[in-house]
Design a protein. Structure first.
Length: 504
């Protein structure tokens, strides 16, 4: 069975987790972690520091050896706030590529929250509740409302423990004025999302990552029967920790030397979150971003897992929400999507597209009209920009580039190697994309009148031609036949066969 590896490069630490897929479930084989403080200088100067980059590269080389020794079939490497905020991130991305051969993906704060939600909901019994998921990292804090296992609202706040420590806490132990300024800043940031979260009224809060683990461990050491950390308990711990110097914090149960350096800021974030959002406390979950990355990798590989079902729902919901926002006609979009998938299956032996193109074509069909919201003139260019720059849950940055490119060439333009949208794609996708575009153009032509004149289409492939047997509605489909005729020259240039549409 396949073995997957996930690497999470955070502002504070770098983590590795390797797992094997067996009977639609993941079995953990190996994990590793080291604090490198990659983002520490970013929050002061806006750039990654050479020493921190070198340290992180050293750790990544160790991780690489582990993946090779265990025999990982696939490795995905993601980075979060430290690279999102740094002006020299590309230097580090290139360094990682040179040192390990890995392609580093810098994910957004919302994608980070989505992957964490995927991990936590799959591993904890919160699928029937309204939960607030809190992931406090070194550079940012992701807040996700999970309603019965599905994402409701997501927020990414600049409240990372390393970032806040660098910005506010210069003395050890911190001075009262420093703590007050820290508290005010945290409150200001939480205030931007307070009303939206309080309106939802989460039933429970689930926290992940190192600060939550340390607070939960310290509270548990003093309250053996505790199931989570109450709001009052977090406030008490935050005040106690703030009174200690570094050595005093290291002496507290569950707080290691490196965590002790940033725990004051992290504890104050939790204290303010629970108070301002009227939460009774939080439960700690050991699952985090790396687990979400693994879950996504499994879903992409095996459609029979619970991960894939959850992600499919996320994708469908996000497409519908985006379509509604840009005033897309949902009935028209759904008809084109259905016809696109019929053509994808019917022409499989002809187009030879990888399976993942079915999902990308489906998304492109649902979003094909978003550009008209801005202006019908140039709507394909507008759609390309909107899709490629929007956050669509369940789709990576690169996948959005492909979906955007599919929509870009639905009009008069045809994809060429020189096209800007094509140049951004990998070589294999530059080869596949024109064929996928053709399928979408044919599906669009099959509903040219936007009245559902075609109920379905069957494909018959011969050596010199491809016959489309069209099942028309009672009103006929003459306009659709005309539109298909206009696609015949381009179809012939791509597939070397004649397109022969006919009413069945």
């Amino acid at each position: 069975m396949p073995i997957f590896a996930a690497v999470d490069i955070g502002a504070n630490s770098v983590r590795l987790k390797i797992a094997r897929l067996a009977q639609h479930r993941l079995k953990m084989l190996h994990q590793d972690r080291e604090v490198t403080r990659l983002g520490e200088a970013v929050f002061r100067s806006g750039q990654l520091e050479p020493q921190a980059m070198a340290h992180t590269i050293q750790v990544l080389r160790r991780f690489l050896k582990a993946t090779q020794t265990i025999g990982a079939d696939s490795v995905r490497v993601v980075a979060t706030s430290s690279l999102r905020d740094s002006s020299n991130a590309q230097t580090f991305v290139d360094w990682v590529r040179s040192a390990t051969g890995w392609r580093l993906e810098v994910i957004s704060g919302l994608e980070e929250g989505r992957l964490i939600q995927l991990a936590v909901c799959a591993g904890a019994r919160i699928s029937r509740k309204r939960a607030l998921l809190i992931d406090l990292g070194g550079g940012s804090c992701e807040l996700t409302i999970s309603d019965r296992g599905q994402i409701g609202e997501m927020f990414s706040l600049p409240l990372g423990a390393v970032r806040l420590t660098q910005e506010f806490l210069r003395r050890d132990p911190p001075r009262s004025r420093e703590l007050e300024q820290l508290r005010e800043y945290i409150g200001e940031e939480i205030g931007r999302v307070e009303k939206q979260i309080n309106t939802v009224r989460p039933e429970i809060a689930v926290a992940t990552s190192g600060t939550a683990a340390a607070l939960a461990s310290l509270w548990k050491s003093r309250n053996q029967s505790a199931n989570g950390v109450p709001q009052k308990g977090v406030s008490v711990l935050a005040a106690e920790i703030a009174r200690c110097d570094l050595q005093g914090r290291i002496g507290l149960h569950g707080i290691g030397p490196r965590r002790a350096e940033i725990i004051v800021a992290g504890a104050f974030v939790y204290s303010e979150l629970l108070r301002r959002l009227k939460l009774s406390g939080f439960r700690y979950s050991p699952l985090g971003l790396r687990d979400g990355v693994l879950a996504q990798m499994v879903a992409d590989f095996d459609a029979g897992t619970r991960f894939s079902r959850q992600i499919e729902t996320q994708r469908s919901n996000s497409l519908l929400v985006m379509g509604k926002h840009y005033a897309v006609d949902p009935l028209f979009a759904e008809r084109v999507r259905k016809l696109t998938l019929e053509l994808f299956v019917g022409m499989r032996s002809l187009h030879g597209l990888p399976p993942e193109y079915e999902q990308w074509l489906s998304a492109a069909a649902m979003l094909q009209e978003v550009g008209s919201f801005l202006n019908r003139s140039g709507r394909r260019r507008h759609a390309y920009y909107i899709i490629s720059h929007s956050e669509i849950f369940g789709f990576s940055v690169y996948e959005r580039q492909i979906v955007a490119a599919l929509v870009r060439y639905l009009g008069r333009s045809q994809p060429t190697p020189e096209s800007r949208a094509m140049r951004r794609l990998q070589a294999k996708d530059r080869e596949y994309l024109p064929k996928a575009v053709m399928l979408l153009r044919l599906a669009r032509a099959l509903d040219q009148g936007r009245r559902g004149n075609v109920k379905g289409v069957a494909v018959q492939t011969k050596a010199d031609q491809v016959r489309l047997k069209i099942k028309p509605a009672d009103s006929g489909a003459e306009l659709e036949l005309w539109a298909l005729g206009k696609e015949r020259p381009y179809f012939r240039s791509l597939f070397g066969r004649e397109l022969v549409p006919a009413l069945s």
